[in-house]
Write a protein that binds this ligand. Structure first.
Ligand code: UDP
Ligand code: MG
Length: 138
């Protein structure tokens, strides 16, 4: 059984697509086992995206991620990391497949509505970054 971290990023919350993201998870039979709204500080965003700290977009990305509330969720199921990445679509919405969340709602390569972990190790780090074990149902 695999877990992954999902975020509806501040642009998604502002544009009112929390429900749409959750609807797509439910329609795909992806189990949500934890969920809350958070408002990241700049430092929390920097810690979360530390893997990208040398990238040119790091400053702008962490400003964006700390610009408003976001919804963080833990998803659970067989192959859920890849299944959720497929629902999200490519990082650049212009390259994302039809019918994916990013293709349908993203406006920008940075403001791309959702986050999803990309591997079991990153999923573990990212889930523990926002949730303790008592906040995840089983
Ligand atoms: N990002 C950006 N410019 C880029 C690449 C990425 O602003 O050229 C942002 C975008 O919000 C992306 C996040 O940085 O979702 C993390 O990048 P990553 O390559 O990990 O993409 P993801 O795993 O989110 O698809
Ligand atoms: Mg990534």
């Amino acid at each position: 059984m695999e877990r992954t971290l999902s975020i509806v990023k501040p642009d998604g919350v502002k544009r009112g697509v929390i429900g749409e993201v959750i609807k797509r998870l439910e329609e795909s039979q992806i189990n949500i086992v934890a969920m809350k709204m958070i408002y990241m500080t700049k430092n929390q965003a920097k810690g979360f995206y530390a893997v990208h700290k040398e990238r040119p977009f790091f400053g702008s990305l962490t400003d964006f991620m700390s610009s408003g509330p976001a919804v963080v969720m833990v998803l659970e199921g067989e192959g859920v990391i890849a299944r959720y990445r497929k629902l999200m679509g490519a990082t650049n919405f212009e390259e994302a497949e039809e019918g994916t969340i990013r293709r349908d709602f993203a406006t920008d390569i940075e403001k791309n509505v959702v986050h999803g972990s990309d591997a079991p190790e990153t999923a573990e780090f990212e889930i523990n970054y926002f949730f303790n074990s008592f906040e995840i149902v089983s």
